[in-house]
Ligand binder design. Structure first.
Ligand SMILES: *[C@@H]1O[C@H](CO)[C@@H](O)[C@H](O)[C@H]1NC(C)=O
Ligand SMILES: *[C@@H]1O[C@H](CO)[C@@H](O)[C@H](O)[C@H]1NC(C)=O
Ligand SMILES: *[C@@H]1O[C@H](CO)[C@@H](O)[C@H](O)[C@H]1NC(C)=O
Ligand SMILES: *[C@@H]1O[C@H](CO)[C@@H](O)[C@H](O)[C@H]1NC(C)=O
Length: 728
């Protein structure tokens, strides 16, 4: 499920549903393994108390970028930015969503329609619906282009007509302490190419027995990760948006939402919801579940009314809130940058209504757009005449509704003709010092650009304009006659909740009375003080929005690279590389004496360079990651790792640890200059570059006499012994 993210005034089509539609959602089938071969744990027992959702991420290096020439370190920088964003987004989600934890290691399902060519079709035989004939072209499972390692998958077997089953692959070890597996790719995919404004897209691929999403992939369009126009917070917000799609906010998944009348913890009487969406009399699609309806009514100040929440029209399905009504929500289809986006209470309500999650509502961020504006708010028919102050008419200059930016009154396809003040493409942020006039320049309107500056409607003009030294009446100064109100940047300071004062260049602080126009000593004209928009946070004295903050030091990201040497001439296939990477990781975990929860997104290249990212997952017990880092550095210097895999042994030749402060690319240049860049020049051998395809070309086999198309009726089936599986 994709999402498109636009910055500035760009507009674009959203590909979200298109991606999710192309994925066949797998649910756990009845086991295809004989009991002796099954792993002993029951992975999806769901009776325990909800715990924060544990998301484990796996970075999947794309085959094309594996070892490709990368002199500027683009791939590495992109990957690091993506992983830093994923980490921050998953940590936020942990504070939001809780689920009954998956017991034992998480194992994903294999698609019988992929690995199996035909199943036994006679219900009276013990092997009914079991695989009778393998698909010789089976290439394993993948999720939106990310290959799922066998280690994460259930095994499968072939069941002959008589005699014992033949085990083809046993169950993998699975992934411990995990409720959702997220595969991460950074790539130039065809979709990225087709929609150049898409930052990332994601889809869910596997569901548990209650249809809760268990695994998904997020694909970052590589070119955006190296672009300076996106901040780290923008990428985090984009990631959060995508993850929320993959976790259940999706047109494809709405119909699977659950109703649990006995409460969240007692899962006994849960059933699929009868109705989740409907169309109102104007044909607008609405999400109608109780918590979202209540939450919207509260937001608009019309409590007691049961409203559905309008969804954006995006073709047959819809996976975003209607932008006219919920502008600035994380799940609206347009994205104006992290600063203007909120993880709003209505979106959180949707997750509660999914029935899969317990939601921490206190983590919601206030959505200013439309707050208290009543039932009629956001209708195409009312936006032109509304007095709410959120919409505008004409094309003048004013202030974006959050007052962080100046804006021009304009529309976009999601607004269906309604207009709002949208920030300008360039230099309209009042909170950016660098947008200000150069020192010494004339500043007749007394503007101040500063992190604490906000946009105000004003027509202030200095009484001390050069050349107008004699103070005369404004009407006698030609250019002051009837100066229109426009958006200007001035310093503000909250005094208490909803109250603030302002400062204009050269003036003292003046109290601003919300809803009133004030005068500023030394200036002609007025400044209009917005009501209900500034200083709304409970603490009062803090600024209205969170500006970008730097991360605390313990949030550093560590990357460890190990160069391995193996027997001469030893070549590894793709699957072997994955298995070897697992073995190396386990050796490293043992060496560090810690849990796996410090290690993320490991991979190994054809030239045997193993890379892993290190940070401490929430809930992870043990020393700080910095401590583990120094332990590993020391012990790896003292004694190389020895790894046995297959019949070969591998040792670490060198190790490199890299610390980054997340979104600071400069440390990567350092890393490169340390000498590892040489490794990037080496092209992959033939084995490493074999591109995998989701599905081999497979004919529905006409030859074998005992096979039969599955499309027949039940009566037909009973006379046949084996059935060809439909390809999805
Ligand atoms: C709920 O969210 C609040 C605000 O983000 C946070 O302080 C708190 O720790 C969260 N609670 C849980 C159980 O995660
Ligand atoms: C589940 O539903 C049945 C039948 O309506 C009822 O008897 C039972 O008490 C319910 N269980 C819970 C835990 O509410
Ligand atoms: C935006 O800024 C750039 C560089 O300062 C400038 O060249 C361009 O003309 C500006 N565009 C607009 C629309 O103001
Ligand atoms: C500023 O705007 C107000 C309201 O539109 C108007 O009455 C006043 O004359 C303007 N003042 C100047 C100095 O332009």
């Amino acid at each position: 499920m994709l999402l498109l993210f636009f910055l500035g005034v760009a507009t674009s089509r959203c590909l979200h549903d298109e991606i999710q539609k192309s994925v066949s959602l797998l649910r756990p089938p009845s086991s295809q393994l004989p009991t002796d071969f099954r792993s002993s744990f029951l992975s999806l027992s769901r009776s325990s108390e909800p715990q924060p959702l544990r998301i484990q991420t796996y970075y999947k290096r794309d085959p094309i970028s594996d070892g490709v020439w990368d002199p500027e370190g683009h791939e590495m920088r992109g990957r690091s930015r993506a992983l830093a964003a994923v980490r921050e987004a998953t940590q936020r989600i942990q504070g939001l969503l809780a689920v009954p934890p998956v017991r034992g290691p998480l194992l994903l399902s294999r698609d019988p329609a992929q690995y199996c060519h035909a199943v036994w079709g006679d219900p009276d035989t013990p092997n009914y619906h079991r695989c009778s004939h393998l698909n010789p072209g089976y290439k394993g499972e993948s999720c939106v282009g990310a290959k799922i390692p066998d280690a994460h998958l259930h095994g499968y077997a072939l069941w002959p007509e008589h005699g014992p089953p033949q085990l083809i692959k046993p169950d993998g070890p699975g992934v411990q302490n995990t409720d959702f597996l997220l595969y991460v790719r950074v790539a130039h995919t065809a979709k990225c190419h087709q929609e150049p404004s898409a930052i990332a897209y994601a889809a869910c691929c596997q569901l548990d027995s209650e249809d809760r999403p268990l695994a998904g992939t997020i694909v970052y369009c590589a070119q955006h990760l190296t672009s300076p126009s996106l901040s780290h917070s923008d990428i985090v917000m984009a990631t959060l948006h995508e993850l929320l799609h993959a976790l259940g906010f999706s047109g494809q998944l709405f119909k699977k939402w659950r109703d649990c009348p006995s409460g969240f913890s007692i899962r006994e009487n849960c059933s699929t919801r009868q109705q989740v969406t409907r169309r109102d009399k104007w044909g607008q699609l609405l999400l109608t579940t109780p918590t979202v309806s209540h939450s919207l009514a509260k937001h608009l100040g019309v409590q007691g009314v049961s409203l559905g929440v309008p969804l954006e029209e995006e073709g047959p399905l819809s996976s975003h809130w209607e932008a006219r009504l919920l502008q600035g929500s994380i799940m609206a289809a347009t994205f104006d940058g992290a600063l203007r986006t909120r993880l709003d209470p209505i979106t959180l309500a949707a997750f509660k209504d999914s029935g899969w999650y317990q939601v921490n509502h206190s983590a919601a961020e206030e959505l200013l757009w439309g707050q208290g504006s009543g039932l009629e708010f956001g209708l195409v028919t009312t936006c032109e005449t509304s007095s709410s102050g959120f919409f505008c008419t004409g094309s003048g200059l004013g202030c974006h509704y959050l007052h962080l930016d100046k804006g021009s009154c304009s529309s976009d396809p999601m607004l269906e003709g309604c207009r709002m003040y949208k920030q300008l493409a360039n230099g309209s942020e009042c909170w950016k010092k660098e947008n200000g006039l150069p020192p010494g320049a004339e500043n007749p309107h007394g503007e101040i650009y500063h992190s604490q500056s906000r946009c105000f409607l004003a027509n202030l003009t200095s009484q001390l304009l050069p050349g107008d030294k004699t103070s005369s009446h404004p009407s006698q100064i030609p250019h002051l006659k009837g100066t229109e109100l426009t958006g200007r940047c001035y310093l503000h300071q909250c005094t208490q909740k909803g109250e603030y004062k302002v400062q204009v260049e050269g003036s003292s602080w003046v109290s601003c009375l919300p809803g009133k126009a004030i005068q500023i000593p030394g200036y002609y004209g007025i400044l209009y003080c917005p009501q209900g928009r500034l200083c709304q946070t409970k603490e009062g004295t803090n600024a209205v929005t969170h500006l970008p903050v730097s991360l605390p030091i313990q949030d550093q990201l560590f990357q460890l690279s190990l160069g391995l040497v193996g027997p001469p001439g030893h070549l590894l296939g793709k699957e072997q590389k994955e298995e070897l990477a697992e073995v190396v990781l386990q050796a490293l975990v043992n060496r560090g004496g810690t849990d796996r929860c410090y290690f993320h997104s490991w991979s190994i290249t054809t030239r045997l360079v193993f890379t892993v990212h290190m940070w401490k997952s929430p809930g992870c017990q043990g020393p700080s990651v910095a401590m583990l880092y120094s332990t590993l550095t020391l012990t790896l210097q003292e004694k190389p790792l020895e790894i046995y895999y297959g019949d070969a042994s591998f040792t670490t030749k060198y190790s490199k640890l890299l610390v980054t402060s997340d979104h600071n690319p400069s440390s990567f240049h350092e890393f490169l200059s340390m000498g590892l860049c040489l490794l990037l020049l080496i092209l992959v051998g033939a084995l490493g570059t074999v591109a995998y395809q989701k599905r081999a070309t497979l004919q529905v086999g006409p030859s074998a006499h005992y096979h039969q198309e599955i499309h027949g009726t039940r009566a037909q089936l009973e006379t046949k012994r084996s059935v060809i599986l439909p390809r999805t």
